[in-house]
Write a new protein. Structure first.
Length: 173
């Protein structure tokens, strides 16, 4: 077997989910102009965070962002009289989320989507993210069928951690 370790990652290269593979080809990981920046989107923020973290380990030369680090800035322009969790707040926050996506698209970011989670109600935030990508003419990289997405989603539901509450059915236009 060429290109594989006999033991699981013997020198700690953190090769991703395939712990027997050799470290990645370093030539594939360079970005001389520093332009490879991605934003990972999907339903279930903990799954999105876990997948972005996993991508950051596997492709250390690229930048993988999620919306959570920017959330304070995104929502600061919203009406302070809106109560978090209400339909009005959710729709205003989803719109601000979409505006952020449109701005990042103008800045040249690439987008990776990991699809929907296992809840029966779809997220108005994810719907707005997909709409913003369509409006911007962006075709995101669809990772929703990749096995690593399932691994990341499963990994974010740790034993002892409560299952997420059912998502409210907030409909935004």
């Amino acid at each position: 077997m060429v290109g594989r370790f006999v033991n699981q990652d013997p020198i700690g290269l953190a090769g991703g989910t395939n712990i027997y593979r050799l470290g990645p080809n370093s030539l594939a990981l360079i970005d001389p102009l520093g332009l490879a920046s991605y934003i990972v989107l999907g339903e279930g923020q903990s799954g999105v965070e876990a997948y972005a973290k996993q991508l950051g380990i596997e492709r250390s030369g690229d930048s993988f962002k999620t919306i959570s680090n920017e959330w304070q800035d995104i929502t600061k322009g919203m009406d302070s009289n809106l109560k978090p969790g209400t339909v009005e707040w959710t729709c205003a926050a989803a719109k601000a989320n979409g505006d952020w996506i449109r701005q990042k698209a103008k800045e040249g970011y690439k987008f990776i989507i990991i699809g929907t989670d296992d809840q029966s109600v779809r997220s108005p935030f994810y719907k707005e993210e997909l709409k913003a990508l369509r409006d911007s003419g962006i075709k995101p990289y669809d990772h929703s069928m990749k096995p690593n997405v399932s691994v990341a989603r499963a990994g974010c539901h740790c034993p002892g951690k409560p299952k997420p509450k059912p998502r409210p059915n907030h409909q935004c236009d």
